[in-house]
Design a protein around this ligand. Structure first.
Ligand code: SER
Length: 319
């Protein structure tokens, strides 16, 4: 086996996926990469600086590290993408094309690319949204991610590269403090609650979006990555979600543990983005084709987040 390269390793998902893959495949078989020069986040795991907009950098890391599989996580999320659409275009679309092309050229066996509920637009049906439906995103994030899904499918069907991927919902995790997306209010709400601070939420109290806890997302990604290709009726657009959440439901649930937590609502530009996305998505194909079966509900997520954040603040677990 060659190594597994993770691009965008320092982001919200990467910072959890890298140690998860190291546990699964052995630390010596994982290479973490991101645009930063170095990191202390992954002790015992190789880290390389790779800018995915440079095709040469990708080609170099694939051949130097004998890469046989790639988790291509590097991306500019919805809120950051609206602030810098050109950067989002270059990272999300050129970056994905570079990774797919160099992977194909070097004979990489498998490429995994997460997509997002952000591929949907305001004309998409909002409830139990199926995989195939009206898809007309109007954020740069959504436009580049639906194009990336289709590129992955193209490389898979026409060029023989094994590309797989999922449309992720909002991910709730504790290791990084994400600020680039629209669903990140959830993590911010937890960190404010733990630190005893009031939280001004940038979405309205009743804005409903599909979400899941990070451990379920990691487990699902690995399951799809390892699945027998004969069982896959889709390639890059399997949908994942464990529940639909609103800021109000999350606040109430956190208050069961931290009763004096205060939340106010002052929607900003992210409210418009959230309103374009589905309230719930249909994950039945993921369940049927490769056994997607999340185990964290809202209550379990809240308990785990509060416990992990408290332990991280006390220095008892890695932050
Ligand atoms: N978490 C992403 C965002 O909010 C959605 O996939 O941009």
């Amino acid at each position: 086996m060659g190594t597994i390269l993770v691009t965008g390793a320092l982001g919200q998902i990467g910072s959890d996926l890298v140690p998860f893959l190291a546990e699964e495949y052995g630390a010596e078989n994982i290479v973490a990469s991101d645009v930063k020069d170095s990191t202390s986040l992954f002790p015992g795991i190789a880290y390389r600086k790779v800018d995915v907009t440079s095709r040469e950098a990708i080609s170099r890391v694939i051949s130097n590290e004998k890469v046989s599989g790639i988790f291509h996580l590097a991306g500019i999320l919805s809120a950051s993408g609206e602030k810098n659409p050109e950067l989002a275009y270059r990272v999300n679309l050129d970056g994905t094309f570079n990774v797919l092309s160099e992977a194909k050229k070097a004979g990489v066996q498998k490429v995994f690319i997460p997509s997002t509920i952000g591929v949907f637009g305001s004309s998409t049906p909002k409830k139990n949204t199926p995989v195939e439906t009206v898809i007309r995103p109007s954020t740069m994030y959504g436009i580049t991610k639906i194009a990336s899904e289709l590129l992955g499918e193209y490389f898979s069907k026409h060029l023989g590269l094994d590309v797989r991927g999922v449309r992720l919902p909002g991910i709730i995790s504790y290791k990084t403090e994400p600020v680039a997306g629209t669903t990140d209010y959830s993590v911010e709400m937890f960190t404010h609650a733990i630190d005893g601070k009031p939280y001004a939420c940038y979405l309205k109290r009743d804005t409903q979006l599909p979400m899941m806890y990070i451990d379920d997302a990691l487990g699902a990604m690995l399951k799809l990555y390892e699945s027998d290709p004969a069982n896959l009726t889709r390639r890059t657009d399997y949908q994942l979600s464990a529940y639909s959440l609103t800021p109000g439901i999350l606040a109430d649930s956190i208050m069961k543990h931290i009763p004096d937590f205060e939340v106010t609502y002052s929607p900003d530009f992210r409210q418009k983005i959230a309103e374009m996305w589905p309230e719930s998505i249909d994950c039945s194909l993921s369940a049927a084709d490769w056994g997607f079966n999340p185990s964290y509900g809202i209550e379990e997520t809240v308990e785990k987040m509060i416990r992990n954040l408290r332990m991280a603040r006390d220095g008892k677990i890695a932050k």
